[in-house]
Write a protein that binds this ligand. Structure first.
Ligand code: BTN
Length: 267
């Protein structure tokens, strides 16, 4: 049985609410998929246009960054993939997931008033009792011509819906503001914010990159970077490079650029 925090997404309602011109002009809503990113990549191969949006109520194999699984219970959260033409400037491609996180942040602020920050590269996080809790994550995957940007946002999940190992590090909007949030409205705000951020990236990149740097909580912090199959690196997160990489100042004074890895903010 569905709880009061669950309601079905309706294609017609989403269609009515979307104000973005391109993002979501072609919309696919499914009850269950393995992964919205996987479906979006398949649709890209079949000729789906730039701006196609794939949404699902649940994912059986939701993918997270660095080979992890994205927990995707039915009817409570947002699982969304956006299909985009690959920008011709390579350095802009790597900004797409960062700017999607920025769009999620803007939409959460607009719909709930909740202020979130970003943990590099593209986690949307909330500070609670001195620790960071993850609200949303973004996974970018490329096909030949296109980029699939997948976004998972915990909307109406209750504490007991999270696996035990995530209860201290993850959160949802319901847990933060104490009331359920209208997923269709949040989705339409997010798609509108994403369209604006992607247009800014192509036409006014400095503006949107500056906004990212402003709300990136990682900058100025001492951090540990966990890398797959290598020893972790420590340093000061100094700035973001023109291609979105994190510039880490090491104890020996060297500045190195990190392009993939998990950031832990040190005290
Ligand atoms: C992360 O690990 O932080 C990234 C999580 C991305 C999850 C989303 S949910 C929609 C889309 N489809 C997937 O399989 N993954 C992304």
């Amino acid at each position: 049985m569905r709880s009061p925090t669950q309601s079905h997404l309706s294609y017609d309602e989403i269609r009515r609410l979307i104000t973005a011109q391109t993002i979501g002009a072609h919309l696919v809503l499914r009850e269950e998929v393995d992964s919205t990113n996987a479906l979006a990549a398949t649709l890209a191969k079949q000729g789906a246009p730039h701006g196609t949006v794939v949404i699902a109520e649940t994912q059986t194999h939701g993918r997270g960054r660095l080979g992890r699984t994205w927990i995707s219970p039915s009817g409570t959260n947002l699982y969304v993939s956006i299909l985009l033409q690959r920008p011709s400037v390579a350095a802009l491609v790597t900004w797409l997931p960062l700017l999607t996180a920025l769009a999620v942040r803007r939409s959460v602020l607009e719909v709930t008033g909740l202020v979130t920050t970003l943990k590099w590269p593209n986690d949307v996080v909330i500070h609670r009792n001195g620790s960071l809790r993850k609200l949303a994550g973004v996974l970018a995957e490329s096909t030949d011509q296109m980029v699939v940007i997948g976004m998972g946002l915990n909307v109406n999940m209750r504490a007991e819906d999270f696996p035990e190992d995530l209860r201290l590090t993850a959160t949802s909007l319901l847990l933060e503001i104490g009331q359920p949030v209208d997923r269709a409205r949040l989705l339409s705000e997010m798609l509108g914010a994403a369209e604006q951020a992607y247009n800014d990236l192509l036409h006014r990149p400095e503006k949107v990159m500056a906004e990212y740097r402003d709300v990136c909580h990682t900058l100025g912090k001492r951090v540990q970077i966990d890398l797959i199959g290598q020893d972790p690196l420590e340093g000061l997160a100094e700035t973001i490079a023109p291609d979105g990489a994190l510039c880490l100042r090491r104890a020996d004074g060297r500045l190195i650029e990190i392009r993939a890895g998990d950031v832990v903010h040190l005290r």
